[in-house]
Design a protein around this ligand. Sequence first.
Ligand SMILES: C[S@@+](CC[C@H](N)C(=O)[O-])C[C@H]1O[C@@H](n2cnc3c(N)ncnc32)[C@H](O)[C@@H]1O
Length: 215
Amino acid sequence: MTRPRLLDLFCGAGGAAVGYHQAGFDIVGVDIELQPHYPFEFMLGDALEIVARMGPEFDAIHASPPCQAFTAYRRRGNEVGDGYPDLIEATREFVVDSGRPYVIENVPGSPLRNHIQLCGTSFGLDVRRHRWFESNIAMLAPPCNHNQPRRFPQATNRENMRRTVEIGVWRIPLDVQQQAMGIDWMTLPELTEAIPPAFTEYIGTQLLAYLEAAA
Ligand SMILES: C[S@@+](CC[C@H](N)C(=O)[O-])C[C@H]1O[C@@H](n2cnc3c(N)ncnc32)[C@H](O)[C@@H]1O
């Protein structure tokens, strides 16, 4: 049986991609920057231009548009959006136009619609990483599990232990951060931008069930 094909927009080094592959999809990734560690077929280019041209050739579409407008900028107390490209609205228009089941992923606080939230702790990972997912199919989400034992050192010199591993911190060994995310092929900057594959394996299983029911 042929595997369904998923177009992975704004693919980075492939955190989302590997989860969808584990769920049972064949993957083609698209990024505006070269991604030498991306583990599947890769296309260099603008995500919106490529989905407009090729989206209908795929069975499902995932998009992780850049989220800087809703993280660092917000923490500095500014209004969302000024000076940063907001690709979320544009991405939604293009993926809806494709007519395919879609998933858009972003950080908490971003302007997603009817999102579910996933957390690393829901999947037994040592990472407290919340991400939102919008879709045009109904999705379930498991609850967080924030009460893990305190067993990880801080990135600073503080003595109390943490329940989860901080990601994107130079003072914590890369392999510890990789293990916490369930990713062993990325550099630290790539890991910082990624989502754990466990998130999209969970979502991909629901997408596959939808595609099978619709067939
Ligand atoms: C948050 S990262 C994606 C992380 C990835 N989903 C993962 O789990 O590993 C966003 C990516 O969008 C890419 N990007 C930004 N603008 C783009 C565009 N117009 N077209 C395609 N990719 C773009 C960036 O180069 C970056 O790699």
